[in-house]
Design a protein around this ligand. Structure first.
Ligand SMILES: [Zn+2]
Length: 100
């Protein structure tokens, strides 16, 4: 069992696929996405960035650190996790469980 993210095309709500990605920084990846619904086929550049620590790592690495999330961000993260657990979709991104 593993987790993955499924991206929905904002234009047509079809599934989007990551065609390529490059690491810009340990916390930043640039991704090139394309809608898999052929009549749409929208393609975009996107960025995936880790911004705040929500809970500490069990294997701390002093060379890799992020600012601790402020309380408002922690509250938002908890609410988003509850929404996902309740299977409510976020705007463009939803997390699902799938067999590996
Ligand atoms: Zn699309």
């Amino acid at each position: 069992m593993s987790s993955y993210y499924r991206l929905k095309c904002p234009k047509c709500q079809g599934p989007m696929k990551v065609r390529a990605s490059t690491e810009q920084h340990v916390f930043l990846r640039v991704m090139y996405l394309q809608c898999q619904y052929v009549p749409c086929s929208w393609s975009v550049r996107a960025e995936f960035q880790m911004t705040h620590e929500l809970s500490p790592s069990g294997q701390p690495n002093p060379a890799v650190s992020l600012p601790l999330a402020p309380s408002a961000l922690l509250s938002k993260a908890r609410q988003d996790n509850r929404d996902i657990a309740n299977n409510n979709q976020l705007d463009m991104l939803d997390a699902q469980e799938a067999s590996a």
